[in-house]
Structure formats: structure tokens, C-alpha cells
Ligand binder design. Structure first.
Ligand code: ZN
Length: 296
């Protein structure tokens, strides 16, 4: 089995991106895994602090590990948006492959200091683990929002990205480049799309020269996603679209079988609904637009 780092290197070299999808139950995990297997592309599932509190930290780790081993398939697990060192250590000890250490709401210098300490502690514990840091403001909550927050002031600059990467020793960087967690009601209705600052992505990539993760990509314009990947995004996070598909699939299943009470007769429709969304996103991410130089 290839390591996650190797898979990111290959994605970088091929100018494609790895899809990252958040899960909070077995239904979403099944859907992501089946979609990735159908397309035969590596995939990362993420569980934020709230999601892993529901799933169980060690339990979700064992579920993903069992799929990876039983099917000999490159599926990896990320501890998404981990806001404290004890929580990051718990995930590392449970076997997570990757930790997003997110103290991005702190002032820059404190963010640097705490992220550097987290990288050192986590690597001492598990030398193979990947650690991601985040700078800038990409909003919070993969939910449906009434109005867009003003994220203009929190956009990442190439200079601070370079400094952050050099001083912290992170493996991957999550910048703010017009992306935003959650979706607006108009995006859920299909009337508007998120747009990305492609030039900023290119400039940050050129300065920081690191694997980059696009958070909050649900509801983003397809062409912007292709351009963002070509400009240097190595991983793309989708959560709200997964949750929306889960809810729509569940509503449809209940409407179709109002008297059904057997979970395994209702939930396959939910799996299918999520799987369609994941498959469409994975197909887009795994189609490179143009070659770009690899990291380093
Ligand atoms: Zn995120």
C-alpha cells in the first residue's frame, strides 16, 4: 500500500487533486468508499471534532483501516479541524493518517507558535503522520447559511504562507483563497456558485511550495475547481454537498417508503444519493487540466 504522502506527490506530479469527504456515519463512509472504488482513485475521508465525537475516535479509525486492509484500497483518514493539541494527540494515537491542526482564529504569531509545537509533538508520536496548518479566514460550519460572511479581510497572502510553512514545518497548508465552509441557500438552490481567487492560489503555491488543501469547496464553480487544481491545490474538501445529498436521499427514502422501519432497506437510497455527488466530484478532481511542476 502506498503512503498518503506518496499519493499526494503523485497527484501533484499529475496536476490532479485527491478528494476529501467528511463522514459522520457508516452511510456516508460506504458512499465515499464505493464511489472511489468505482473510479479507482485514492480517497481521504475526514472527521472533524464533532463528527468523530459522534462516530467514536478509535471506532472510525478502525472502520477506515479495515476497509483499507480488506480491500487493499488507498482510503485514508483525516482528523479535520482539530482545535486543540489533546484532541490532535487522541486522533494520532487512534491511527488517523493526517491531522488538520486549526488554530487559525488566533493572531498569526500565535498560530505559528502553536502549530509548530503541534507538528513537533505529533511527529514525535507518529513520524509518518501528516499535519496541516491553516491561515486566514474561511468561515466555520459546513451548513446552510442565509448570508455570506465577509471573508475578504482574511484572505491568505503569499508572504505569510511562506513564513508559516517555513516556521511551522507543516506538511500541507490550508489557505483562504475565496473558499468558504458551508453553502448559501442560493447555492443549495443551484442559483449561485462560489468563485475562487486563482491568481492568489498560484502566487501562494509559488512562494510556499507545499501541498495545498482547498477547504469548503462545496458549491464551487466546476471551472474554478479545475483552475484551482491546475494552480496548485493538491486536495479538495467537500462536506456540505455530502450532507445535503445525505438529507435529500433520506427524505426521498422516507417519502417512497413511509411505513418502512428497517434501516438497511431505507439507507441504501441514502448511500446512492451521497455516492452520486462524491463520484461527480472525484471525476472532476482526478482529471488534470495541465501539468505543473511538482513540489520541491
Ligand atoms: Zn475545512
Amino acid at each position: 500500500m502506498q503512503t498518503l504522502r506518496k499519493i499526494l506527490e503523485q497527484a501533484e506530479a499529475n496536476a490532479v487533486a485527491i478528494g476529501h469527504f467528511n463522514i459522520s456515519d457508516l452511510v456516508t463512509l460506504k458512499a465515499v468508499f464505493e464511489a472511489a472504488r468505482d473510479l479507482n482513485v485514492p480517497v481521504v475521508v475526514g472527521a472533524s471534532e464533532g463528527e468523530r465525537q459522534f462516530l467514536g475516535v478509535r471506532q472510525v479509525s478502525e472502520l477506515v483501516k479495515s476497509l483499507r486492509e480488506d480491500y487493499d484500497f488507498p482510503i485514508f483518514l483525516n482528523a479535520d479541524h482539530t482545535h486543540s493539541l489533546p484532541s490532535a494527540i487522541e486522533a494520532a494515537k487512534a491511527g488517523f493518517d493526517w491531522i488538520v491542526f486549526d488554530v487559525s482564529t488566533l493572531p498569526f504569531e500565535q498560530n505559528v507558535r502553536q502549530t509548530k509545537a503541534a507538528v513537533e509533538t505529533l511527529k514525535a508520536l507518529r513520524p509518518d503522520i501528516l499535519v496541516e496548518g491553516e491561515i486566514g479566514d474561511i468561515g466555520s460550519g459546513s451548513e446552510i447559511h442565509d448570508a455570506a460572511p465577509d471573508l475578504q479581510k482574511g484572505l491568505t497572502t503569499p508572504g505569510e504562507a511562506k513564513q508559516f510553512v517555513e516556521e511551522t514545518g507543516v506538511d500541507t497548508l490550508a489557505p483562504a483563497v475565496g473558499n468558504m465552509h458551508g453553502m448559501l441557500k442560493s447555492m443549495v438552490a443551484g442559483n449561485t456558485k462560489k468563485r475562487l481567487d486563482i491568481e492568489r492560489i498560484s502566487a501562494i503555491k509559488a512562494e510556499a511550495r507545499i501541498f495545498m488543501t482547498l477547504h469548503g469547496a462545496s458549491g464551487t464553480d466546476d471551472d474554478d475547481l479545475r483552475e484551482a487544481i491546475a494552480a496548485g491545490m493538491t486536495v479538495v474538501h467537500i462536506n456540505t454537498e455530502v450532507r445535503l445529498a445525505w438529507r435529500r436521499g433520506f427524505d426521498a427514502a422516507l417519502a417512497k417508503q413511509p411505513d418502512e422501519i428497517v434501516p438497511y432497506k431505507l439507507l441504501p437510497q441514502v448511500v446512492d444519493s451521497v455516492k452520486q455527488v462524491v463520484a461527480a466530484r472525484l471525476a472532476l478532481f482526478s482529471t488534470g487540466r495541465r501539468a505543473r511542476p511538482a513540489v520541491q
